[in-house]
Design a protein. Structure first.
Length: 118
């Protein structure tokens, strides 16, 4: 079975609230995640919400890396979709742990576009 890419969904619980509300931290985490995965950054958008929370997306030639934060819940949702066999989305887990210090991490990975080789 072959696939077009791997999709990792991370649930980060009991994170440090101040980092979750920082556009600078979200941007640094995304940049390091892109670099760690060996992806090619095309563009980045960071958006702060009022009164709190940040959404950041790194559009990469291999697909995307997203972070959505809820400081009031000490929670962040991270979405990493990378195409190609040589890219490992799980490499972002230590990066997210470094920047957000979650006490609990849940990860779900799935293959996208699975098909048989013919």
């Amino acid at each position: 079975m072959k696939s077009v890419g791997r999709h990792l969904i991370l649930e980060l619980w009991e994170c440090r609230e101040s980092e979750l509300n920082s556009t600078e931290i979200v941007e640094k985490a995304l940049l390091e995640a892109v670099e760690t995965c060996g992806a090619t950054l095309l563009s980045m958008q960071i958006h702060p919400f009022s009164p709190q929370g940040v959404t950041g997306v790194a559009v990469v030639s291999e697909s995307h890396i997203l972070i959505h934060t809820w400081p009031e819940l000490s929670y962040a949702a991270v979405d990493v979709f990378l195409c190609g066999d040589s890219r490992d989305p799980a490499k972002v887990i230590p990066v997210m742990e470094k920047y957000f210090a979650p006490k609990k991490v849940q990860a779900i990975e799935m293959l996208r576009g699975s098909h048989s080789e013919e």
